[in-house]
Write a protein that binds this ligand. Structure first.
Ligand code: AP5
Ligand code: MG
Length: 187
């Protein structure tokens, strides 16, 4: 399966993506993790993009598209993957579609995790990552609202969207996601 996780910062994309990818035996690809690793390793990509992460701004589309295209070309992705944090703009979504349609490997489903903003902020503040400072959280939420939230409609129109309540315990959220995935690919 080829799955995309959508949803605002702090909703639990990473937490749930790890579990679902393991359950389905597919690769988990978090673009945020890839960028943080590149920054830690001080690679050219990391040096180029670190300031965007620290400020809570989105990394430019062309940089992200090259990163994802290269990663999806690797052999381990041929058995399926879960994209966590990509696409995040309409340009990224359209480019991903074109890429996958050309390869005859369209997306199977988009899981859109949702939660009220107060709970998102509580989770992020409690985690305390470098970009979990209040002013950066505000910017990330704003970027989400303006650039990423419109992707819900984009995927709904294509019949791929599965909205899932991100509230409650991680186990409860996982059960809901699993139920949605089971509807498209029964176990
Ligand atoms: P990214 O790393 O993707 O961050 P994000 O989307 O802002 O979301 P988070 O990873 O913070 O939250 P999450 O939804 O994964 O929740 P998590 O499971 O961690 O991106 C970081 C930056 O990279 C961006 O700002 C941008 O600069 C850049 N970037 C990445 N992709 C890009 C792209 N495609 N285009 C352009 N730029 C890009 O959970 C959060 C916390 O809550 C954790 O502490 C967790 O333990 C806790 N938690 C999870 N579930 C629950 C639960 N059910 N109950 C209680 N606590 C919970
Ligand atoms: Mg994450």
């Amino acid at each position: 399966m080829r799955i995309v996780f959508l949803g605002p910062p702090g909703v639990g994309k990473g937490t749930q993506a790890i579990r679902l990818a393991r359950a389905l035996g597919i690769v988990h690809l978090s673009t945020g993790d890839m960028l943080r690793q590149a920054a830690a390793d001080k690679t050219p990509l990391g040096l180029q993009t670190q300031a965007y992460l620290s400020a809570g701004k989105l990394v430019p589309d062309d940089v992200m598209l090259e990163l994802v295209r290269e990663r999806l070309d690797k052999e381990d992705c041929s058995g399926g993957y879960l994209l966590d944090g990509f696409p995040r703009t309409l340009v990224q979504a359209r480019s991903l579609d074109a890429m996958l349609t050309n390869g005859g490997t369209p997306l199977s489903a988009v899981v859109d995790l949702q939660l009220e903003v107060e709970a998102l902020v509580r989770r992020l503040v409690a985690r305390g990552r470098e970009d979990d400072r209040p002013e950066v959280i505000r910017e990330r939420l704003d970027q989400y609202k303006r650039q990423t939230a419109p992707l819900s409609d984009y995927y709904r129109e294509r019949g791929l969207l599965h909205v899932v309540d991100g509230g409650g315990t991680p186990d409860a959220v996982f059960q809901r996601i699993r139920a949605e995935i089971d509807r498209i690919a029964p176990r």
